[in-house]
Design a protein around this ligand. Structure first.
Ligand code: CTP
Ligand code: MG
Length: 248
């Protein structure tokens, strides 16, 4: 990243436009509450907790941007952080692209953070930002895997799936968000890589450009709320934080 003569500006884009099908029927996932507060509000606060982040763009469900905007107004942030809400798209990739389009050109570093990872600690956020500021165009927080992973040949209708291979576990990482990028790099990736080429995260788009991506240590509490059991874990983590460190 070229070093600007003015202070480096960092923004966070929070894709929150998904329905949360795997969580089951009900309110869109990002608006479900954890400890009485919408998951999206926790995610916004997690980004605003970093002193480096001066702008947050929330990507709301396509038909729900006004409602999300009103909701977030009920949870004001400290003055140093601006908040913008834009409508999202049908896929995560489209939602992120729409969020990036809302960023002013004086942003240097952009984080992309899932609303579905409401409890990421600020130290993880700051570590990702620091690695981008140190010159990495793309940075992902990640953890080693607990489970061994098998590659299979999928079969129809629940038939047993033949194992094709077992990648060496020590070489694998489970990646989280926030992922951090120079804005130039991520814009180029989203402009170049077409939907449906199999990238399931933003760093995957950058990899397809042939640009380097590096991993920094992630955090257990940055897990993604995907299935009902994840809500139980998130509630427990939140309760522990409220009891021990005054987290709201
Ligand atoms: N997301 C988005 N726009 C979409 C789809 C997903 O902004 N069209 C966001 C989700 O809101 C979430 C993040 O991308 O914060 C990660 O996606 P995931 O955990 O898969 O959430 P959902 O797509 O909502 O869940 P599911 O796949 O179970 O429906
Ligand atoms: Mg999804």
């Amino acid at each position: 990243m070229s070093v600007p003569s003015r202070p480096i500006r960092t923004a966070a884009v929070i894709p929150a436009a998904g329905r949360g099908v795997r969580l089951g029927p009900g309110t869109p996932k990002a608006l479900r509450t954890l400890g009485g507060t919408p998951m999206l509000v926790h995610a916004v606060r997690a980004m605003a907790a970093s002193r480096a982040v001066s702008l947050i763009v929330v990507v709301a469900p396509p038909d729900g941007a006004t409602e999300v905007d009103h909701l977030l107004n009920e949870y004001p942030l400290a003055d140093r952080t601006d908040l913008v809400v834009v409508p999202g798209g049908q896929t995560r990739q489209e939602s992120v692209r729409l969020g990036l389009a809302a960023l002013p050109d004086d942003i240097d570093v952009v984080l992309v953070h899932d609303a579905a990872r409401p409890l990421v600690p600020v130290d993880t956020v700051d570590a990702v930002i620091a690695a981008v500021r140190d010159g990495a165009p793309a940075v992902v927080p990640a953890l080693p895997l607990a489970d061994t992973v098998k590659q299979v040949a999928p079969q129809p209708q629940g038939a047993p799936e033949p194992v094709v291979g077992t990648p060496e576990r020590a070489l694998l990482r489970a990646v989280q968000t926030p992922q951090g990028f120079s804005l130039e790099t991520l814009r180029k990736a989203h402009d170049t890589v077409v939907e449906g080429e199999g990238a399931t995260d933003d760093a995957g788009l950058v990899e397809r450009l042939g640009a380097p991506v590096v991993v920094v240590p992630g955090h257990e509490e940055a897990f993604k709320v995907t299935r009902p059991l994840d809500l139980v874990l998130a509630e427990a983590v939140l309760a522990r934080r409220r009891a021990t460190d005054g987290y709201v």
